[in-house]
Design a protein around this ligand. Structure first.
Ligand code: FRU
Length: 497
């Protein structure tokens, strides 16, 4: 008998995105910064590359760039799966779960009860705590701490509120099938009181998941702030399947109220108006870190429930998005969310065009051959041409390509991955569309290309498109294309790994 050798090339393993060494991962959970360490917990199946046995995996980093995988933090057991949630450091030991010297790190997670549990079929909120900086965890003996006897009550995000209404813990969670964010408060993380609900339009078949709520200054002015409510929806995402919406408004300590006229005017794939954190297919369940005094950093799960179980990565499954720093800015008279990626410092920077204003002719121009296996950042900065389209083609070769298209006529940015990949799933091939707000007549694109993903930050992070791609292998060319001459002010390629 001859044995079949195991595949030696893990060609889709990202260079600059977190992925577990093996087995399944979905939502980021319990993002918390504590004593110089960023903790990334996540939905994880410790036993295989499919969804199941949901537990909290764990990775740590001191710079958000390099992650070290840690032992599984919170394990499922016979009675419950450990669904998504958040983590806080209970500095003043309000919960009493500390030992007098070490403030407890407290994870607030959803208990998804199994058949052996008396609560079978319901979801409620529970606590686990760690007294050794997230290395080992104990479940709280009084779990669950918040039970609505509901089958779809999940994904608690907890933060310390200190404002006009008082000082207390706030939890936002979802009644997923009712399209409802439920808001609670607590003095001690143990007993919770209902404050309010928030809902909005959406397709009936969609569920709401993984909410987040935080306050940010507008235009870097600490005297003017707004609150941002994040809600992931699936299906019904703007590009099909899973997607993440945001609402801008006010939170008075009890109610979140959306500010009128903050919504985008673009119709999504589901015909739904709304503001989207990302216009691509693969940024879901994005939530922010707790424990950072003056920065708001989010990470999302770089996949989509429509095909997450079919991605061709073998023994591991799924990566996180790049961490993104979030801010609010006034653009065109509206308060808008801006995202700035956090990525490694380049090891090599090249400029395929010589000087600002270099004209790239109509047609197609090869601008680089991707160093095999490296992650790249590509930046383009130009005046918006009067008409027509131009753009970049990534990972081209052997008939495969992924196109990023700037369409002046429709003021639209498109990412076309219909010819990007091996067969993944019937619903995988797609063309994503994001609104292109011109800033002083300019187009600015910043694109991160990794082994199985493309993340586009357009117009200084005003719109992002995140998509997975799975080229067969060997697709290394990057091209510029245009249907009329384009004067390019900056074209830069940076190797990131
Ligand atoms: C979102 C989600 C959450 C749930 C978790 C289960 O992707 O469905 O609502 O807690 O994944 O893995």
């Amino acid at each position: 008998m001859t044995s079949v050798p195991a595949p030696t090339r893990d060609i889709y393993r990202p260079r600059i995105h977190y992925t577990p060494a093996k087995n399944w991962m979905n939502d980021p959970n319990g993002l918390v910064f504590h004593r110089g360490v960023y903790h990334l917990f996540y939905q994880h199946n410790p036993y295989g590359p499919e969804w199941g046995n949901m537990s909290w995996g764990h990775a740590t980093s001191t710079d958000l760039l390099t992650w070290t995988e840690q032992p599984v933090a919170i394990q499922c057991d016979d009675d419950e799966a450990i669904f998504s949630g958040s983590a806080v450091v209970d500095t003043h030991n309000t919960s009493g779960l500390g030992n007098g010297t070490t403030p407890p790190m407290v994870a607030v997670y959803t208990s998804a009860y199994t058949e052996t549990s008396q609560r079978n079929g319901t979801q409620a909120q529970s606590l686990a705590y760690s007294l050794d900086e997230g290395q080992t965890w104990s479940k709280y003996a009084g779990n669950p701490v918040l039970d609505r006897k509901s089958a779809n009550f999940r994904d608690p995000k907890v933060f310390w509120y200190d404002g006009p209404a008082g000082a207390y813990w706030v939890m936002v969670a979802v009644e997923a099938t009712e399209h409802r964010v439920v808001v609670y408060n607590s003095p001690d993380l143990l007993s919770w009181e209902h404050l309010s609900d928030f809902t909005a339009d959406g397709p009936a078949e969609s569920v709401w998941e993984c909410p987040d709520l935080f306050e940010l200054p507008i235009d870097e002015d600490p005297t003017r702030t707004a609150w941002v409510l994040i809600v992931s929806v699936t299906p019904g995402g703007v590009a099909g399947g899973s997607g993440t919406r945001y609402f801008i408004g006010d939170f008075d300590g009890v109610n979140f109220t959306e500010t009128p006229a903050t919504q985008e005017t673009v119709d999504g794939a589901a015909g739904l108006r709304g503001s989207w954190l990302d216009w691509g297919r693969d940024n879901y369940a994005a939530v922010s870190f707790s424990g950072l005094a003056d920065r708001r950093i989010m990470i999302g799960w770089m996949s989509n429930w429509q095909y997450a179980g079919s991605t061709p990565t073998g023994t591991w499954r799924s990566a996180m998005t790049l961490p993104r720093e979030i801010s609010l800015a006034t653009v065109g008279g509206r308060t808008r969310l801006i995202q700035a990626p956090i990525a490694p410092t380049p090891t090599l920077v090249t400029h395929p065009t010589d000087a600002p204003g270099t004209v790239l002719p109509a047609g197609q121009t090869s601008i680089a051959t991707l160093p095999s296996g490296e992650a790249l950042r590509v930046q383009v900065n130009t005046m918006q041409p009067a008409g027509g389209v131009f753009g970049l083609r990534f990972r081209t070769g052997d008939g495969e390509l992924t196109s990023l298209i700037v369409d002046a006529a429709t003021r639209e940015l498109r990412l076309d991955r219909t010819a990007s990949s091996v067969a993944v799933h019937d619903l995988f091939p797609s063309i994503e569309r994001a609104p292109l707000d011109l800033i002083d007549g300019r187009v600015e694109l910043e694109v991160y290309v990794d082994a199985c993903s493309i993340e586009v930050f357009a117009q200084g992070g005003l719109a992002t498109i995140t998509d997975l791609i799975f080229p067969h292998g060997g697709q290394t060319e990057i091209e510029f294309f245009a249907d009329a001459d384009v004067a390019v002010d900056q074209l830069e390629l940076a190797v990131l790994s």
